[in-house]
Ligand binder design. Structure first.
Ligand code: NI
Length: 395
């Protein structure tokens, strides 16, 4: 029996829009998604799913048991917002200064809830289990995925595959982007402290200026991508914050920089802290300063399973058509803690187009980030179709 999830999703569209806007107005940072979790638990319970809350803090799991026996598949959504002050002027803009759903995780929740409602309607025909996993704190390593895995969310009942999506404002609404193999980069973080010696700005020769050393260090780090690693093996080193100094006529004795690195291959990832130290040893000492580098591994690269992705691609073609199901050839240097799920199970992560037909679609993490809500029913029908196809015909 085949179901027209796309048509059914139109019925649920107004609900999804309402859930998304409610979350958008009341965004919560990682591991603080208590109101978000309450809304999720309520909707899942209304759909007749078995609901577990309080997993790894704010995590929620809903289990939909089909009336027929079969395998299990999980749908994963992240729930957290970002420390950004919204500037969209939308009628449903964030009511919390300094907190905003600027990465679309509000839409991820609404879409997964919509999929739960769609699949609950076909429960009597469903062969197996669909598990809906709502995880906290995707944006802040170590992230919520690891904690959910440790809590055993893939067991009892077990699942054999897992899927997730991320909204993409650079793809037009109605399209889907799929990437086989390594789809997203590994991310690591670092804190670099540069120590000089304070003094009077009029007599810099009697001091060691940590600001000058920091400026040279930031530039030197860019040589890793341009000169010290193979240009065909991508690497990004970005300094995101820099803090130092107290007054215009005082030589700063300390500057603290934080940043992130992105890599695709384990070899380059492993080399990075060594290469950073090699450069810093030279430039920092040349100016008579010292440094401390605290380098931390965060999320691994996200690897999509080829067989599962082929199934997902077929399902996407059914829902949005072949011409709107796009194969992406280059991985993204963004990262995702969904990668941890993909380390233990065949996993498929895909991009859902949410771009509006207008000149500017703001990127993720921008204070004006917004999405086309027409994508909500499309995303929900995609998840429903993928789960249905997987359980009807496991790869
Ligand atoms: Ni995100």
């Amino acid at each position: 029996m085949a179901f027209d999830f796309r048509r059914q999703a139109e019925y649920w569209k107004s609900h999804m829009v309402q859930w998304r806007r409610q979350l958008h107005q009341h965004p919560e940072l990682g591991f603080q998604e208590w109101e978000t979790a309450r809304l999720i638990a309520t909707v899942l319970a209304e759909a007749g799913l078995e609901v577990q809350t309080g997993i790894a803090g704010t995590g929620v799991v809903g289990v939909l048991q089909g009336k027929k026996k079969g395998r299990g598949i999980a749908v994963r959504a992240d729930m957290d917002a970002l420390p950004i002050t919204e500037k969209t002027n939308l009628p449903f803009a964030s009511t919390r200064p300094g907190v905003m759903h600027a990465c679309g995780h509000d839409a991820h929740v609404a879409i997964a809830l919509g999929a739960a409602r769609l699949l609950a309607e076909v429960r009597s025909e469903l062969a197996g289990t669909v598990k809906f996993i709502f995880q906290p704190a995707e944006e802040s390593p170590p992230g919520g995925a690891v904690a959910m895995l440790r809590a055993g969310v893939l067991d009892n009942p077990p699942v054999q595959a897992i899927v997730a999506l991320h909204v993409n404002p650079h793809l037009p609404v109605g399209t889907v982007g799929l990437k086989e193999g390594v789809a997203m980069a590994a991310v690591d973080t670092f804190t670099l402290t540069i120590r000089g010696r304070g003094g009077h700005s009029a007599a810099p020769h009697q001091a060691v200026d940590a600001i000058l050393v920091a400026a040279v260090a930031v530039q030197a780090l860019q040589a890793i991508a341009s000169r010290l690693t193979n240009p065909l093996d991508p690497v990004v080193v970005s300094v995101g914050t820099i803090h130092g100094g107290t007054k215009n006529n005082v030589v700063a004795d300390e500057v603290v920089l934080t940043g992130t690195t992105r890599t695709l291959s384990p070899e380059v990832r492993q080399q990075l802290p060594k290469l950073m130290r090699q450069l810093l040893d030279g430039v920092v000492r040349a100016y008579g300063a010292s440094y401390e580098l605290d380098y931390r591994e965060a999320y691994p690269p996200l690897v999509n399973d080829a067989r599962l992705l082929a199934l997902v691609e077929k399902s996407c073609r059914r829902v949005v058509g072949s011409e709107h199901t796009l194969r992406v050839h280059l991985p993204a240097m963004g990262s995702e803690d969904f990668a941890y799920f993909a380390q233990v199970l065949p996993a498929a992560h895909f991009d859902l187009g949410v771009g509006k037909a207008r000149a500017t679609n703001y990127p993720w993490h921008h204070p004006c980030f917004d999405l086309d809500e027409e994508a909500l029913p499309i995303g929900a029908s995609l998840f429903a179709q993928i789960c249905w196809d997987y359980l009807s015909n496991p790869p």
